[in-house]
Design a protein around this ligand. Sequence first.
Ligand code: ADP
Length: 499
Amino acid sequence: MTKYIMALDAGTTSNRCILFDKKGNMICTAQKEFTQIFPKPGWVEHDPNEIWDTQRAVAMEAMNKAGAMPEDIAAIGITNQRETTIVWDKRTGEPIYNAIVWQCRRTSEFCDSLKDEGLTDWFHGKTGLVLDAYFSATKLKWILDNVKNARERAERGELLFGTVETWLIWNLTKGKSHVTDYSNASRTMMFNIHELCWDKEILEKLDIPECMLPEVRPSSSILGTTDPTVLGGPITIGGAAGDQQCALFGQTCFDPGSVKCTYGTGGFLLKNTGNEPVDSNNGLVTTIGWAIGDNKVTYALEGSIFIAGASIQWLRDQLRIVESAPDSEYMAKKVKDSGGCYIVPAFTGLGAPHWNQYARGTIVGITRGTSKNHLIRATLEAITYQVNDVVTAMEADSGIDVTELKVDGGASMNDLLMQIQADITNTTVVRPSIVETTALGAAYLAGLAVGYWNDPEDVKSNWQVDNKFVPQINADERAKRIKGWNRALRAAKAWAEED
Ligand code: ADP
């Protein structure tokens, strides 16, 4: 009897390993941070070897902590920071350049030139994405254009491309599996989400040789077996998916229409839209949620907010008006509202659904009576207004109200924040007892592939409510507050406009 499923959670700032049991309980966890490399303003890189070394180290550490042998582990599931781009030598396994991280803006100008060519709709129609430096395609092109001999070598079949899960699987299997899953492929801006294959026209446009791309497989399927020397014995790799898609799965949002919101550094709303891709007219991207075995692909609509919990870090580290992120709750509770003050944390522009890269942070409505507690409350409120804007866009795209929001991520532990969200969005906010939904989603995908769990219904019973928040303000009050937010948003956008 195998005892555990191992989830490898390859994040942006750290790699983690969590062992789960059949009930979805966390048996033990291990975590290691890795270096963030900022070669120039707006550029972000990681060392791929450090990603691999830390990931392997935490896997070993978690097994040691639990006293688990490879044969105690039914399967490994991987979830990862998405879009981050790695190219390596097929023979030696050495990366030819650092990983270019999803946050890196080095290809913004190139993306602008593609927009100027009128290709925005062309890319969107094929990939479901907005044409942006965020996604992998232009990062890969940058490596091929800028590393000596890279394109020639890639054309000769000497180089491989992968996002982080592909890189980890390749290393876990010592080069036997060069694979990705549908959800990660859908974030590369090279994958046709309708035809479910690498898009030859995009590859041609960007001059990317197809032979360097991984094989695309279902998110819950056997992706390989670890080389016995890596973790002390062979272990089946049963699944992989991008972090936000895994969170949607870990929240058991299996039914079309169900929505989750992750409140981490940024905020990420995903909605399951079933077996058909839904095109957004309201600034959301269409993406692939997952595919289980040979079943049809499940699609999702996604809205990403750049600054969510990060605005609380700003209160703590820059303004220094809270000592710790959790303190924001009790301090904001000292005032009954923000006293007419609004903060728009557009520190790096605005993401979905506004997509304005020039907007900047703005505070409006300050009076002589505005205290630090009002500012803290206004910051919490701003997170909820941004989430509400994405929910409103989702409702406009589908014509159906979001009646329940499943939440997770670090800042979801803030009860006041969750209550304000319920009030502003007029929806029930539900927080599960296990908020590590990303790792849990990866575990579920892997466990389903090897029969540790029989079907998605089997894991649904693991999902337990920790707390529910129901709306407590009336429609007039809600409308008044949202009107104020919209005025503040206009101010943030106007500030960026030159005379
Ligand atoms: P990530 O996975 O993006 O690193 P986490 O899910 O670990 O993020 O959440 C961390 C973020 O949540 C930080 O930005 C932090 O400021 C914020 N945060 C954590 N706890 C609270 C809290 N109780 N109230 C408000 N914000 C919080």
